[in-house]
Design a protein around this ligand. Structure first.
Ligand code: MG
Length: 382
């Protein structure tokens, strides 16, 4: 079997699909993208294609190492996202060629169903309790919400009180009926992170995500020492080599690599195993589309330490398209009682509605995240 062509489709809301075709009629799908820089990743995918066309797609390990090591410069958000989407498509092809789901190729399932959570609120959250109650009717009991809006390096007690009041309101209305993680989104710098974590502790959040930016990772062990709240991070780390440092330094209880950013299934399967060796949980980041989610689930079902799966149904970023709009086998993605089953089809387990993807790619928006500014006019982290 030989790879013949790589075709990319940028689509709403902010995703990109990759179709890898072979000379035997089997094709695989991947989702290589960095939100807001889809065209840059697309260019990287097509540069990698030079080394892939003509090769056997089943040689995933060698193709991965070729993409990673054959260029002197490697790593980072763009290149690792391009590799991630290509890697997903290669696993999809291999599973389809052998007639088995990818989790079988990774050694088989360690669980019957996977816990998933849902986002509530948006960037500027309001009516969180009401939103949670609506999702609870569908069986969800675990959620994530943004912890704060923009926050300066030394913000006022008022800003801290506002963040805490939101969480207190959820706690008061729903108590132990729900669990929720809080995403600081890298909006909080170390001086305020310490204070916020302390004030949020009584409300027992399940975890706090990106308490500070990944590039300030040296603060994680110190912050963890000052709070009982489990700390989570990983969506802005792109390889084993970055996760290695975080695991060695300690402080993070939940690793959240993104299957579309951190080298795909090949790399994240290894990252999960590294985390297990450190007694660290695994909870893949996935605010993206159905191929990315399918890739996450393949790893979740084989990783003993996988505790939670993010998914983007109803997420505030999904304007003009929803998670399952481009999926034929929607029923396989059913969430029951807050859990998903392993996807039963061979390969990644997602059947893509190609016609719809082609159509949507004709006028795809170039999504950009908002640029926020503090009251003094300086740029704020979003
Ligand atoms: Mg996050």
């Amino acid at each position: 079997m030989k790879i013949t062509r790589l075709h990319t489709y940028r689509v709403a809301p902010r995703w990109m699909f990759l179709k890898v075709e072979t000379d035997e009629g089997i094709s695989g799908w991947g989702e290589p993208v960095i939100e807001g820089r889809a065209r840059t990743v697309e260019a990287a995918v097509h540069e990698f294609a030079e080394a892939l066309v003509g090769r056997d797609p089943r040689d995933i390990n060698d193709l991965w190492q070729t993409m990673y090591r054959s260029n002197f410069y490697r790593g980072g958000a763009i290149l690792m996202s391009a590799i991630a989407g290509i890697d997903q498509a290669l696993w999809d092809i291999k599973g389809k060629a052998l007639g088995v789901p990818v989790y079988q190729l990774l050694g088989g399932k360690v669980r019957d169903r996977m816990k998933v959570y849902s986002w509530v609120g948006g960037d500027r959250p309001a009516d969180i309790v009401e939103h949670m109650q609506r999702l609870m009717e569908g069986g969800f009991d675990t959620f994530k919400l943004n912890g704060t809006e923009e926050m300066t390096m030394l913000d006022s007690p008022r800003a801290v009180d506002a963040a805490v009041a939101k969480v207190a309101a959820v706690h008061e209305a729903l108590g132990s009926q729900v669990s929720f993680g809080l995403d600081f989104h890298g909006r909080v710098a170390a001086p305020m992170a310490k204070r916020l974590l302390k004030e949020l502790e009584p409300y027992k959040p399940l975890f706090v995500e990106e308490p500070v930016l990944a590039e300030q990772a040296e603060h994680y062990p110190r912050l963890a020492a000052a709070t009982s709240i489990p700390l989570a991070a990983g969506e802005r780390m792109y390889s084993r080599f970055e996760f290695k440092r975080v695991l060695q330094e300690g402080g993070i209880s939940i690793l959240q690599p993104d299957l579309s950013h951190a080298g795909g299934i090949t790399e994240c399967h290894k990252i999960a195993a590294m985390a297990e060796a450190y007694d660290v949980a695994f909870a893949p980041h996935c605010p993206l589309g159905p191929v990315a989610l399918a890739a996450c689930l393949q790893v979740d079902f084989t990783a003993w330490n996988a505790v939670l799966q993010e998914q983007s149904m109803g997420i505030h970023y999904n304007r003009d398209a929803e998670l399952l709009d481009y999926v034929v086998n929607k029923d396989d993605f059913r969430i029951e009682g807050g859990y998903m089953r392993a996807l039963p089809l061979p390969g990644l387990g997602v059947e893509i509605d190609e016609e719809r993807v082609v159509h949507a790619s004709r006028n795809a928006p170039d999504w950009r995240n908002p640029v926020w500014r503090h009251l003094d006019g300086s740029v704020a982290e979003w």
